[in-house]
Write a protein that binds this ligand. Sequence first.
Ligand code: NAG
Ligand code: NAG
Ligand code: NAG
Length: 670
Amino acid sequence: MCLPVSLLQVLLVFAKEDSQSNGFCWACEKANFRCSMARTPESALECFLEKHHDLVIIDHRHSRHFDAEALCRSIRAVNSSENTVIVAVVKRYVISFFLFVTRYVENANMMACYNELLQLEHGEVRAQFKLRAGNAIFTALEQSQEAIEITSEDQVIQYVNPAYESIMGYQQGELIGKEIIEVPKSEKNKPDLLETINSCIRKGKEWQGIYYAKKKNGDSIQQNVKITPVIGQGGSQRRHSSMARIHSMTIEAPITKVINIINAAQESSPMPVAEALDRVLEILRTTELYSPQLGTKDEDPHTNDLVGGLMTVSRRSFKKFETTQPHHLPSHLTTPLSLSDIPPRIAQTMENEDSWDFDIFNLEAATLKRPLTYLGLKIFSRFGVCEFLNCPEATLRSWLQVIEANYHSSNSYHNSTHAADVLHATAYFLCKERVKQSLDPIDEVAALIAATVHDVDHPGRTNSFLCNAGSELAILYNDTAVLESHHAALAFQITTRDDKCNIFKNIERNEYRTLRQAIIDMVLATEMTKHFEHVNKFVNSINKPLAALEENGNRILVKRMLIKCADISNPCRPQELCIEWAGRISEEYFAQTDEEKRQGLPVVMPVFDRNTCSIPKSQISFIDYFITDMFDAWDAFADLPNLMQHLDNNFKYWKGLDERKLHSLRPPPE
Ligand SMILES: *[C@@H]1O[C@H](CO)[C@@H](O)[C@H](O)[C@H]1NC(C)=O
Ligand SMILES: *[C@@H]1O[C@H](CO)[C@@H](O)[C@H](O)[C@H]1NC(C)=O
Ligand SMILES: *[C@@H]1O[C@H](CO)[C@@H](O)[C@H](O)[C@H]1NC(C)=O
């Protein structure tokens, strides 16, 4: 059948002209495609209704200009759009799973756009043409006077045309889905006729001859029959249909490319190869390719022993550190407080601690800068942590106090209020249905502890600063994940040093190991150099079929994502809280820049100069680069519409300030 291949109609939907939209315009011209441009979803739809384009390319990089997915849905709702290929232009990677089958990762290079168009033309657009042609062919079959029947390779009836129905007296519905054997045969055929036909078809040959068919009413009729095998087309034995491709996302990480290549190869592979590749994919998607030292499974004793050995080595090397910076339980904190002693004023500020809009700064003020201890007591008791650890509440109290005492109150951001905030977000996420389903009680306990300790003894400077300054910590940790390693190590050091605050003292050795491993993994996951790796792996793994979600590998990815999101959830908080946090982090970064200048060190974040910084701009970049995609993914998993609403409001707030060229946290008073 002759398929139209040139003069494709392309619709570009871009809110603004930029190098990317220009790239596609130019590419359409070069490819000799007809190109229309729309700026808004409304005009796009109008244009589509008029021209029914073969290819629609939608800008999905800036979710704020318009809702690309909503537009996709409205185009799909148009009847004639089923053969239209829709492509989303995305940033680094993309989070929406089902709507856009095809993605194009932002690249304004004209040749890249041109190549993409050609690939689409020869791939999906042509496939759609074939489907359309297929519809035409079926229409012809419907009109044919000859009885026609189509079966699958395993002889299940897939189609009969109206002529077949009227000649044989059956209704379509009585036949489709049945095996041929189930349909009564006429006794007038020679006994070995069916076997002859089958062996002929199996060899891939056509069979033609006289055949007696049995009508529904029992009469036999003589027919001149032709049976033609269709080889390699039906694909009924290939499980790897296009569904597999829809589920695996086009993410620009190399590992994702690998996964996509394998997916594509599977489709043209024989069964055993496809199955082997399935196992390969399983490994690639779930296990620890990047950090083998933490990828140990509970059930593997050899790896556990290795981890145990490494722990001992590490502990010895901390000795030196311990002597330089003693962390004792401050004497004024040794009188334990208990939940029942909590002054009503404080208890009141914690009443709505299970709500996302809980105001941590009220608690900070009411507790005279000890929000972590009080909120910790309340949340740990809500989750039954003492029961799980089999530890007295007094031990938990001392532990929370000593951990809080090791946060630096002099940091404007990384003090114990941030820890309490992350603990709050963690507890909130743990209550989400899908999160609960994915995790075990031990994971919950690990997450709450990890959140509490995740920034303990933070010096208020970034990793790069510590490395540049040649600090003792950077030397100890070889410039690698310096702070995160320190938080994790110190947390265990202070906890296990003194029985009075050792919340782990009553749990079994194996349980301790599992818990310790999970806590360390989560604290290390907060390191931002691994941000995209964690988010990518999470996205890849939740795209797998639900049945596989309960596995250990996925639990690790969910826990990492959980603490990462809790750690940088400030932009998803109610606006006033979000603004306060933005002020605090900016101040901490300004202080670092001041010190870098004073000491003649490289300035690692030059934009955070208190004389020139635009806080709105810095927040916009942070949200664009780190927050949006991560929370899109987390929301898709955990269902957090209220956070996404706050995020949207806050983004608009910063945008509003930036458009007025303001650099401050808030607009000046009228
Ligand atoms: C769309 O398709 C459906 C089902 O094929 C049909 O019933 C309906 O009338 C069509 N609507 C339009 C506007 O063509
Ligand atoms: C955290 O820092 C802020 C200054 O940004 C300060 O007002 C607050 O009291 C500190 N909180 C604690 C618990 O140290
Ligand atoms: C730092 O590097 C040295 C030399 O490679 C190694 O022996 C040591 O274990 C490393 N330390 C840490 C904490 O990774």
